[in-house]
Design a protein around this ligand. Structure first.
Ligand SMILES: N[C@@H](CCC(=O)N[C@@H](CS)C(=O)NCC(=O)O)C(=O)O
Length: 204
């Protein structure tokens, strides 16, 4: 049975999943959810993901949420796919960058999604203080990634899950009122490399 992916559209977290699945040749059956219709909070969907967030996958009855966990699951299904290093120290570095990304830059970017996309979409007032705090967090942490990419093609040197966690957010950043690719040239180069993947546009 084809693996189902709940949620999609412009969500960078859902896009991570589509991109890794495409890189690994894992077919996905998209199950679109409409936030305005309340699909994220329907009892059927909350039974799969009690957070009422996307993405969630259903692999023949095995349900998994949290995009980072989903990426690791997909990679584990294709151990020869090359997206997780075999060496345990390199694996630990992959986890370091994945956890770092989801602990620091991503929540700040998510805050900007809430203030600058979701609230206007739902016709709710935005909170400028929260948005500025998110920008300050990005100012602190994004240079760390830019530095890591100095002299490297990808975050770990070779293509890995980390690049798929980061790149959809770099692409989404201008819509959130932050430009991470003009100010940080190594991030721009990374995004250009990811955009050159043959499946990039088809997974939008
Ligand atoms: N840490 C979660 C974040 C999931 C998340 O916040 N998804 C957003 C879309 S990118 C969402 O569902 N937002 C709706 C909401 O928060 O109600 C993951 O990586 O899967």
């Amino acid at each position: 049975m084809t693996m189902k992916l709940y949620g999609g559209g412009i969500s960078p977290n859902a896009r991570k999943v589509r991109l890794v699945a495409a890189e690994l040749g894992i077919p996905l059956e998209p199950v679109p959810l409409d936030m305005r219709r309340g699909d994220y909070r329907s009892s059927d969907y909350l039974a799969k993901n009690p957070n009422g967030k996307i993405p969630t996958i259903d692999d023949d009855g095995f349900v998994l949420w949290e995009s980072g966990a989903i990426l690791k699951y997909l990679a584990a299904k294709r151990p020869d796919g090359g997206l997780v290093p075999r060496d345990i120290k390199e694996q630990a570095l992959l986890d370091q960058w994945l956890f770092w990304w989801t602990a620091h830059p991503e929540p700040a970017l998510m805050q900007l999604v809430v203030e600058r996309l979701m609230k206007p979409f739902l016709k709710q007032p935005s909170n400028d203080v929260m948005a500025r705090e998110a920008e300050a967090t990005l100012e602190r942490f994004i240079p760390v990634l830019n530095q890591q990419l100095q002299g490297r093609d990808y975050v770990l040197g070779r293509l890995s899950l980390v690049d798929f966690a980061v790149a959809p957010w770099l692409e989404a950043a201008p819509r959130l009122g932050v430009d991470l690719t003009t100010r940080y040239p190594n991030l721009r180069t990374l995004l250009e490399k990811m955009r050159a993947k043959p499946y990039w546009n088809a997974t939008e």
